[in-house]
Design a protein around this ligand. Structure first.
Ligand code: BV8
Ligand code: ZN
Length: 253
């Protein structure tokens, strides 16, 4: 069922105390000004993801790949979390059993106050040494020179993200999968549900009897399986839903 108005059942579940899982993709950062991957002016525009977001691409031309990620870090540093990020943090703040599993690497959920989260595809803000494996957070918006090198061993650093054909972090994925099995209410926000195994989590939610709500301006390959599809931008739909459920948002605008 596609609607812009949440059902009474959804409002009731949101007012309840059952476990909630929120799954997010690039669409939740779109209203912050970060282009999604696949929309018209998406981040992959003119760039084949397989040319920049794979280990082979990095091995072939690390400086080219680093220029792509350095630009994304610089942009993510200049934007702010939007009401969608704040609404997700507000649901967590109710104190009910909660987990956010995000495919996003921009760090905006963390800046909006989300704490109970797993990053399924890593983070732009973490760097990992290709020689000694040291991984650390580096919040500098511009890295120079590119590619950066390890202070400990001089090895070349790579972005701490999960590239295509790389496995997802097992502990994080297992935590998200367990939450999907146990959730009474699952939100699937701003994702095209095309990238696996992340996109399998919403289906686990459905098959485990959860009420799975998709929030997206358009329908996706998952929409037919969703319990409810709220059609609209997450930064509008989520705050309206929280208002209907009487959940306060400290930073709505
Ligand atoms: C793996 C980090 C195995 C880096 C990313 C064929 C079939 C099935 C699977 C495969 C296949 N061939 C290959 C695979 C596997 C592959 C895959 O799924 N490929 C896809 C393309 C078919 N997956 C992998 O390779 C994964 N690894 O399988 O490993 C393995 C196992 C063991 C040992 C070795 C190997 C790894 C995948 C992770 C790749 N890394 N990101 C970086 O960011 O640079 S993927 C990246 O793209 C994102 O993280 C995200 O996951 C994905 C983009 O998806 P979305 O976030 O959904 O964004 P998108 O633009 O697509 O959609 C935005 C949505 O928002 C739209 O629906 C739009 O309508 C909506 N929207 C827009 N505005 C708003 C909005 N919604 C709400 N509000 C708005 N305002
Ligand atoms: Zn090192």
């Amino acid at each position: 069922m596609t609607s812009i108005v949440p059902s009474a059942r959804l409002v009731g579940l949101l007012q309840g105390r059952g476990p909630v899982l929120v799954l997010t993709g690039a669409g939740v950062s779109q209203e912050s000004g970060i282009a999604t991957f696949r929309d018209a002016s998406g981040i992959w525009e003119g760039i084949d993801p397989m040319q920049v977001a794979t280990p082979r691409a990095f091995a072939a031309d690390p400086e080219f790949v680093w220029r792509f990620y350095d630009a994304r870090r610089a942009q993510a540093a200049t934007v702010e979390p939007n009401p969608a990020h704040h609404a997700v943090a507000a649901i967590e703040a109710t104190g009910r059993t909660f987990l956010l599993a995000t495919q996003n690497v921009d760090g905006l959920h963390e800046r909006a106050g989300s704490r109970s989260l797993v990053r399924l595809h890593g983070s732009l803000w973490r760097l990992r040494c290709t020689r000694c494996g040291d991984e650390h957070e580096d919040l500098r918006p511009k890295l120079a020179p590119l590619p950066p090198h390890c202070a400990a061993c001089g090895g070349m650093l790579r972005p701490g993200v999960v590239w295509f054909e790389e496995p997802l972090p097992m502990i994080e994925f297992a935590r998200a999968e367990r939450a999907a099995r146990e959730a009474e209410l699952v939100f699937v926000v701003g994702t095209s549900s095309l990238v696996y195994p992340a996109a399998s989590l919403q289906t686990v939610g459905v098959s485990s009897g959860g009420y799975v709500v998709e929030i997206n301006p358009v329908r996706t390959p998952f929409s037919d399986d969703a319990s409810e599809h709220l059609s609209g931008p997450a930064g509008v739909v989520l705050p309206a839903l929280l208002k209907a459920a009487g959940i306060p948002m400290d930073r709505a605008a």
